[in-house]
Design a protein around this ligand. Structure first.
Ligand code: ZN
Length: 230
């Protein structure tokens, strides 16, 4: 706990002091985030760090397994409320679902017996009940880490599908006001892989030539989209 308190003092003396105007502006003008970022609770995944995003840029939803409950299943919860608010009220232009390697939730989805003694975790992860079936059907030839990575990727894709069960999301996807991306963050290398619908593969996001140190997240996303169109 002392470490966290020391961290607050460090933040105030350094980052905040250097960016005081940004914080004052955010307080006055309110938030206008470009992106709804849905990811896992895992402490090793730090959205603002891996995207180099500033305060006010990411509207972040975190839960065990970066799951988006399908509207069709009738689950009412904080995730659905955050999605509705981010899209309808804040008008975000991007939604990213970001899974990650070594995800304990995916391990539990593949082996539900390991969390059978955890009623809340079990019920929550049941939202991704399709994953074991998809894995059995399409990835029977894989084993070990490769199988788990496939499950991590498929879990991201299922959540993108579930996002389309929200009317507000489909409306804005259709009229071009919203884009969605599925990412997988690789903890051990810091790399991020973006789903490419054309090839059906997760492709590594690589630096764009001529970019400065801190490209805007939305620009990077549109770059990827443009790349896919070529
Ligand atoms: Zn996780």
């Amino acid at each position: 706990m002392q470490k966290l308190e020391d961290g607050i003092h460090h933040f105030q003396a350094n980052y905040f002091a250097s960016n005081r105007e940004l914080f004052e502006q955010l307080a006055v003008a309110g938030q206008h985030p470009e992106t709804l970022f849905i990811t896992c609770c895992d402490s090793r995944v730090v959205p603002t760090l891996i995207t180099n995003a500033a305060p006010g840029e990411l509207f972040i939803v975190r839960n065990v397994g970066n799951i988006v409950p399908s509207v069709a299943r009738g689950v009412l919860g904080g995730v659905s409320a955050a999605i509705e608010y981010a899209v309808e009220v804040l008008g975000v232009g991007n939604i990213i679902v970001c899974g990650h390697t070594h995800c304990g939730a995916i391990d539990a989805i593949l082996h539900p017996d390991r969390v059978a003694h955890l009623p809340f975790v079990s019920r929550w992860l049941a939202e991704s009940h399709a994953i074991p079936e998809i894995i059995a059907q399409r990835y029977g030839h894989l084993e070990g880490d490769a199988l788990v990575v496939a499950a991590i990727q498929e879990n991201v894709l299922v959540q993108l599908e579930n996002l389309r069960t929200f009317d507000v999301v489909t409306r804005r996807l259709e009229d071009g006001r919203l884009k969605m991306n599925g990412w997988v963050y690789r903890i051990e290398s810091g790399e991020v892989f973006d789903f490419d619908p054309l090839s059906g593969q997760f492709l590594k996001l690589v630096p764009h030539e001529g970019e400065g140190d801190r490209p805007a997240l939305s620009r990077r996303i549109s770059d990827v989209t443009e790349l896919l169109r070529k």
